[in-house]
Design a protein around this ligand. Sequence first.
Ligand code: ADP
Ligand code: MG
Length: 393
Amino acid sequence: MSRLDPILPGSYLGILGGGQLGRMFTQAAQAMGYKVCVLDPDAHSPAGLVAEMHIQAEYTDHQALAQMAKYCQAVSTEFENVPALTLDELEKLGVYVAPNSQGVSIAQNRIVEKKFLATWQREAGIGPAPHAVIEREEDLAHVAADLLPGILKTARMGYDGKGQKTVKTAEELREAWQQFDRVPCVLEKRMDLDFEVSALVARGHDDEVVIYPIAQNMHRQGILHTSTVPAPAINAQQAQKISDAAKEMIRRLDYVGVLCIEFFVLKNGELVANEMAPRPHNSGHYTQDACVCSQFEQQVRAMARLPLGSTAQHTPAMMLNLLGDEWLSGDTQAEPAWAEVLRFPEAKLHLYGKAEPRQGRKMGHINLIAKDSEGLNSLCAQVSAILKINRQE
Ligand code: ADP
Ligand code: MG
């Protein structure tokens, strides 16, 4: 088979990571007639439960990777901390790996990521927040005073606000770095955010690039709370600038698949590039019910070397994340009142099949559909009241 032939339905596609992103990827692939092989060490992973094959092993297990390569012509990743060596090993075994390890590894390390994002500062006028790299003791002494108050972020393994600490003084910075066991970190200046958005962009093997409408994201306690699309607060010029930058970035990375890039819109109107996720993203879940082709189907198409699908949005939408908190009240645990929520015919429920609800754990989401952002806000308020969602900022 030539390198550029499409991988057709009936074949196995592989996914590294068995979380909810892997599960929704699996379901989209199956809807198109593919079979899916999931690699995840967890016996009860959300994706492993629905895939045709689940290899329960570590991402560095050579035997497991060899088995995956035997079944799958193409492999993608849903877990952004999959070791780059895993992707390289699969590639050496003849598997089409999309995205490849270069794109994935940039997003895995905030220091490298900031450097990459800084290359757009001059070209597109969108760079990362002012920051300093903290790798050794001496770096602390060289931190410019105007980076404080700032946020110290570990270079690796951070997500949902984990591995982050707000620091106001040089002393707090030193303490926070100690608490992080002096691992490599980035200290970022705390910016005056007006609101946050994300750009979801996809690239095919043939360099076709498509982009979804910009999503406006609201976080609660460091975790995504809602995404609203179209983004109510963004102006046309900002949206254009972000879209242009995102398309350039995915090309520059020679990246095949779906990529999400988070941006801050500052109170003074300036744009800041925050971080990238080398996979479908929580803020793109609205595409399942509001776009012609969902982000998961798009990932399938890209990795199978098929033409990309339409990113057109056919209705305004808001995604509301469901956390374990919605199952818990004091010491008791109960299934939320789904029947009441679904009395709203334009509320679309997506649950990930996780058995154990924990505080802050992503259990599912609801995509809300309405004709405008006022309608979305009202629907969200009603659904949140039923589910007793009252998250503080
Ligand atoms: P992750 O999503 O991996 O946890 P982020 O870097 O996206 O980490 O930070 C999480 C959230 O913290 C952001 O969505 C934003 O609300 C806030 N935040 C992060 N960096 C800054 C910053 N430099 N200034 C202001 N707020 C920030
Ligand atoms: Mg983030």
